[in-house]
Design a protein around this ligand. Structure first.
Ligand code: NDP
Length: 475
């Protein structure tokens, strides 16, 4: 975690209002103050089409066996009409609404009312009350880190139900998948709209709000940096971490149960997807305290992008491989299965080791060993909104010396492994790697723009020393 280092930085304050190079100015880090036309056009496009994209993917599995092309061909050849497709789409049901309300309420209770116990008996796990990074207004928020506990309790109950209580079928998520989509959309829009209104009328911290004056941009990218209800209910941590990510592994388990019900067996590809994505999800919760220092929490404001994205986009599109495998139960040959497992595990190792190296480096303020040696770094400084100067360091050793975002490279390798597990018969499972490629490349550029605004000439010194972003020698 960077918090202790950031705090130390604040103790090291030496000069007030001393800019670091010509490009650095107060409050330039965090999301934009002004909107350019390209950003505005992209945002309006996403607001209009992202819900349709999710619907199209899920509908094409429900009505066209996961073929992305068939619905279009049918429409073009006038074999079907949009209204026919819509009529065949399952509507919102009371049952789905009840499941969804119970689910979200349960996660709210686990998040807000059950303090973390795991850190008391799990060696190495950082849970309980933790500090986030310093915000542009100079605030350090406290968070109750109890995601691992929420995940464990939820999954213990899930397995207890599946093997012992039998209150509901383990296929319940798959069986209500489209009605639940409507519920997730309702929550996504309600929470994003509430966050916008809250930003205008009762923000948690007015100094950490940003207004561009453009309704669409503010709605999408958010006004408030860290909206909260009361002292502990943090919108960003809750919606980012639960209910979407806790649900991710349950959704996959529901798909596996459906395969078992339909075909009398669970294929090795389904097991691979469950295991590899399960590792990724568990890693997220094991490292939730570290997550407080990632871009989502440190730099993004809370708007539709996070609110709707966490409620709808993440649980529906990140789980497409499992959904696809219900319709196309792929049984991989041993060599392919082992190859995919190795790719996924190596990707995960790179992702985790790179993130760990930065975390260790920041937590110890550079007083650590990376690959057995004291790490190299570039000293840098930045200025917060109130004009206070802070000091930080950018590491140039380990994976951070290979490329500026090698953690993204590992993430992409893992993502590719999930897709390959589905074989090559359809495009749909490959959406994830295409999407992650775009997301992480865009994130890379966005982060670098922000780091340049934050660190100015120091960032230039860093990029001169580590010239590649994702792949050494290529990009
Ligand atoms: P990083 O963890 O790479 O964090 C970037 C920040 O780290 C920079 O803004 C800067 O922050 C600091 N930094 C940059 N270079 C250095 C350096 N050389 N030494 C020390 N600090 C440095 O990015 P993210 O927060 O985007 O990603 C975290 C993880 O989450 C990644 O592994 C990513 O793959 C994953 N992820 C997954 C997503 C998914 O949907 N599955 C989506 C997004 C991310 P500072 O201002 O503190 O200097």
């Amino acid at each position: 975690m960077a918090a202790p280092q950031e705090k130390r930085s604040s103790e090291e304050r030496k000069h007030r209002s001393v800019p670091n190079g010509a490009q650095t100015s107060q409050g330039q880090w965090g999301r934009a103050w002004e909107v350019d036309w390209f950003s505005l056009a992209s945002i309006i496009f996403l607001l209009m089409f992202a819900p349709l994209i999710v619907y199209y993917f899920i509908m094409s599995c429900d009505q066209y066996q996961c073929s992305l092309v068939s619905p279009l061909v049918d429409l073009l050849l006038e074999n079907t009409r949009l209204s026919d497709i819509w009529d065949k789409t399952p509507p919102l049901t009371y049952k789905a609404a009840a499941i969804y309300i119970l689910w979200v309420t349960f996660q709210v209770i686990l998040y807000a009312f059950v303090p973390d116990f795991c850190h008391k008996f799990l060696p190495g796990y950082v849970g309980g009350v933790q500090e986030g990074a310093v915000t542009p207004a100079g605030v350090v928020n406290k968070y109750e880190i109890n995601g691992l506990q929420a995940w464990i309790i939820t999954h213990v109950l899930w397995f207890a139900n599946a093997y012992y209580f039998h209150w509901f079928s383990p296929t319940i998520i798959f069986d209500n998948w489209i009605p639940l989509l409507w519920c997730a959309n309702i929550l996504g829009y309600v929470v994003s709209t509430f966050a916008m209104i809250k930003g205008y009328f009762f923000p948690t911290n007015a100094k950490d709000c940003k207004f561009t004056g453009n309704f669409f941009y503010d709605y999408m990218m958010g006004i408030e940096f860290n909206p909260r209800i009361g002292k502990w209910f943090d919108f960003k941590l809750f919606f980012n971490g639960r209910p979407g990510i806790v649900a991710w592994t349950l959704i996959n388990l529901s798909y596996a149960a459906k395969q078992q019900e339909l075909y009398g067996q669970v294929t090795n590809s389904m097991i691979l997807v469950n295991v590899l994505q399960g590792i990724y999800v568990l890693d997220f919760f094991w490292n939730e305290a570290w997550y407080l220092k990632t871009i989502d929490i440190c730099h993004d404001h809370f708007g539709w992008y996070l609110g709707w994205g966490d409620c709808v986009w993440l649980p529906y599109l990140y789980t497409l491989q499992g959904l696809y495998l219900v319709y196309h139960p792929v049984q991989l040959g041993t060599a392919n299965a082992v190859g995919i497992l190795i790719l996924g595990l190596v990707g995960y190792y790179i992702f985790r080791a790179t993130n760990h190296q930065k975390d260790l480096f920041r937590r110890t303020n550079g007083n650590c060993k990376i690959w057995g040696k004291k790490p190299g770094y570039i000293e840098c400084s930045y200025v917060s909104v109130d004009g206070t100067k802070y000091y930080s360091k950018l590491m140039t050793s380990g994976f951070w010396g290979w490329a500026r975002h090698f953690n993204y490279t590992g993430d992409l390798m893992g993502s590719l492994a999930y897709c390959l597990a589905c074989g090559f018969a359809h495009l749909l499972p490959y959406f994830y790697i295409v999407y992650m490629g775009i997301l992480l490349t865009h994130r890379c550029l966005r982060d670098e723009h922000r780091c340049f605004s934050k660190y100015g000439k120091d960032w230039k010194r860093y990029t001169a020393q580590v010239p590649y972003r994702l792949l050494p020698g290529v990009f």
